[in-house]
Design a protein around this ligand. Structure first.
Ligand SMILES: *Cc1c(COP(=O)(O)O)cnc(C)c1O
Length: 386
């Protein structure tokens, strides 16, 4: 492929990066290579690949694509988002300390709190909107700052520029989980992040038909170590799954625009509704961090949350009346999903952490799909009847 220095439009990169791999038959799309191993031409003489855990052409195509979208030097595609996060934690040694948010993804919280905490790594879960709170817990042992923004499910925004600068000044590795906005709306490397991780299960694949993850590297040294870890731990993405994500990512730009347009209309509709107490969505004028949102995000994404007045509309009744919003965890697919974080996506946090968070049993999270927005609003309107 002819790679010019000037970076093309992200919509072009979605479609054109990580294809043209088939020199044998010139297939326009990237073939799937479902092989575990690759033969040597002679002892000591092989082509690029030898074993699929270590490398596979279909996965390489996906990795080139995601690296180009984020603006990283390279990428490892992993079996799940949690596989990517697990591998990144192995950059650390026992005794190291991590600072992260008190409202991060439930599965990440569980991994940190119940797995790595028992393996000699310590964590502080703080309000990451408060730089003083971060500074307050940093010690000589702090080796990683883990940022997730917007947060889940309350869509709080962490200041990427200031938080990353704080980490860099102290030579602390800064990692950003960019799952919620995707590189179409937010690119943490532009603020100096060291690593970006994804659950490609969500917007990058976008069709709710595969689980996957990605680690995107900000420099070559981190890439070398990361590739070693992904191979050593055995957490790389299967060829078929890589191919699905690669197919999904080509329409990332168009999907994100459609998710966002629908999400804004629904957020405004819910904000006006008398049986809704409060709406959380970065695109709303009422979001308390408007200025920061404008500075670091190119868009607001497709996830919103709201507080249902459950004294008016009981939760069970509300969920059972919905026709288009599917009651399911996960987000980022073309179909609208709705869920109850307290008992579903965030239940793994445990009762104590849940109660300490700003979430309530009335919080409802919506992943707005790309359906006709009037159908979606009618559906919600019907479910919100007393
Ligand atoms: C879903 C999700 C993950 C975990 O990804 P899996 O693919 O489910 O393993 C991590 N971070 C965020 C923000 C997520 O939404």
């Amino acid at each position: 492929m002819n790679r010019s220095k000037k970076q093309s439009d992200i919509r072009t990169r979605c479609v054109h990066t990580g294809v043209y791999q088939d020199a044998t038959h010139n297939s326009v799309t990237t073939p799937i290579y479902p092989t575990s191993t690759f033969y040597f031409e002679a002892l000591g003489r092989k082509k690029r690949y030898d074993y699929t855990r270590s490398g596979n052409p279909t996965r390489t195509a996906l990795e080139e694509n995601i690296a180009a979208l984020e603006g990283g030097v390279g990428c490892s595609a992993t079996a799940t988002g949690m596989a990517a996060i697990t591998a990144v934690l192995f950059y650390l040694q026992p005794g190291d300390h991590v600072v992260t948010g008190d409202d991060i993804y439930g599965g990440t919280y569980r991994l940190f709190d119940q797995v790595f905490s028992k393996r000699g790594i310590s964590f502080n879960f703080v309000n990451m909107r408060d730089l003083k709170a971060i500074r307050h817990v940093i010690t000589k042992k702090t080796k990683m700052v883990w940022i997730e923004t917007p947060s889940n499910p309350l869509l709080n925004i962490v200041d990427l520029e200031a938080t990353i600068a704080l980490g860099r000044a102290k030579k602390i590795l800064t990692v950003v989980d960019n799952t919620f906005l995707s590189p179409y709306f937010q690119r943490p490397f532009e603020f100096g992040a060291d690593l970006v991780v994804h659950s490609t299960t969500k917007y990058l694949n976008g069709h709710s038909d595969v689980v996957g993850g990605a680690i995107v590297y900000g420099d070559k040294r981190l890439e070398e170590r990361g590739r070693f870890l992904v191979n050593a731990l055995g957490v790389s993405e299967a060829p078929f799954d890589s191919w699905l994500v690669l197919r999904g990512v080509k329409t990332l730009a168009q999907r994100m625009e459609a998710h966002q347009t629908n999400a804004l209309a629904i957020a405004e509709f819910l904000e006006r509704h008398k049986n809704v107490r409060r709406v959380y969505y970065p695109g709303l004028q009422s979001h308390p961090q408007r200025e920061l949102i404008r500075r670091q995000m190119q868009g607001h994404g497709g996830v919103l949350s709201f507080e249902l007045k459950t004294d008016k509309v009981p939760l069970k009744k509300f969920f059972s009346r919905l026709k288009y919003f599917c009651l399911a965890e996960s987000l980022g697919g073309v179909e609208s999903l709705i869920e109850h974080p307290w008992s579903m996506s965030h239940a793994s946090m445990g009762e104590r952490a849940l109660k300490a968070s700003s979430m309530t049993p009335e919080t409802v999270r919506v992943s707005v799909g790309i359906e006709g927005v009037q159908d979606l609003m009618d559906d919600l309107d019907n479910a919100l009847r007393r």
